[in-house]
Design a protein around this ligand. Structure first.
Ligand code: 13P
Length: 251
């Protein structure tokens, strides 16, 4: 049985103090959420140490939003997978569309980053998704399939046990425009088929695939009811403990 996960991507929001408050509130309410739903929060790098302490003893796991494509050395401004591991991260998000769009993150770089993260024992939340022009051109299935193939086909079935996929249609991120449950489900099913082609049915069945893009308490239930949607990667609504927890309670 694949795991249900609700993950919060805080992006570049909150000061450390605000972040610790938010993490504490999430950790406190986490006990109310269903046992079979995992919770992950991904604060900015600067917050990780303090937030690790704030969520200790709760079921909330810690993720980074990115990691470096090198092991260590002269890469000013970068943060390595080993550093993330050393502050208590269990996960890192990779390939978020904002990183692809604004920071030139390519699929090739994501292969390197995924290798380094897995080698340090971090789980990877790999984001894929089409932009508006690609959807309007009817390319949404192929764009997502290509992103999956370009990155994940470089890994083994065993490594897939530590990888989560997040489908985030770019046009739905931060816009208030959620994909309909049907639009999301058909891409999730396509992602699962693409995984099955390479890794076999069992691995595809066991892989958690999250939906992200204007997911909130009011629409989470309908999205999460879809067969191939295994939870959410939440942006804006993850900045309010009550909303984040309400989303996790939608199961
Ligand atoms: P919003 O929930 O704010 O649309 O952001 C989604 C997202 O990008 C999560 O990674």
């Amino acid at each position: 049985m694949r795991k249900k996960i609700v993950a919060g991507n805080w992006k570049m929001n909150t000061t450390v103090q605000e972040g610790v408050e938010l993490a504490k509130a999430v950790a406190e309410k986490a006990a109310q959420t269903p046992e079979n739903v995992g919770l992950i929060i991904a604060p900015p790098f600067t917050h990780l140490c303090c937030v690790a302490e704030a969520v200790e003893g709760s079921k909330v796991q810690l993720s980074a939003q990115n990691c470096a494509d090198h092991t260590s050395g002269a890469y000013t401004g970068e943060v390595s997978a080993a550093m993330l591991k050393s502050v208590g991260c269990q996960w890192t998000i990779l390939g978020h569309s904002e990183r692809r769009q604004y920071y030139g993150e390519t699929d090739e770089k994501l292969v390197e980053k995924t290798k380094l993260a897995l080698a340090q024992g971090l789980g990877v939340i790999l984001c894929v998704g089409e932009n508006l022009a690609q959807r309007e051109a009817g390319e949404h299935f192929t764009v997502c399939q290509e992103q999956i193939k370009n990155v994940l086909y470089n890994f083994t079935a065993e490594q897939m046990a530590n990888i989560i996929v997040a489908y985030e249609p770019v046009w739905a991120i931060g816009t208030g425009k959620t994909a309909t449950a049907e639009q999301a489900e058909e891409i999730h099913a396509c992602i699962r088929r693409t995984l099955a082609e390479k890794f076999g049915e069992q691995v595809a069945e066991d892989t958690t695939i999250l939906y992200g893009g204007s997911c909130k308490p009011s629409n989470a239930k309908e999205l999460f009811a879809q067969k191939d949607i295994d939870g959410g990667l939440i942006g804006g609504a993850a900045l309010k403990a009550d909303d984040f927890i309400a989303i996790a309670m939608s199961y």
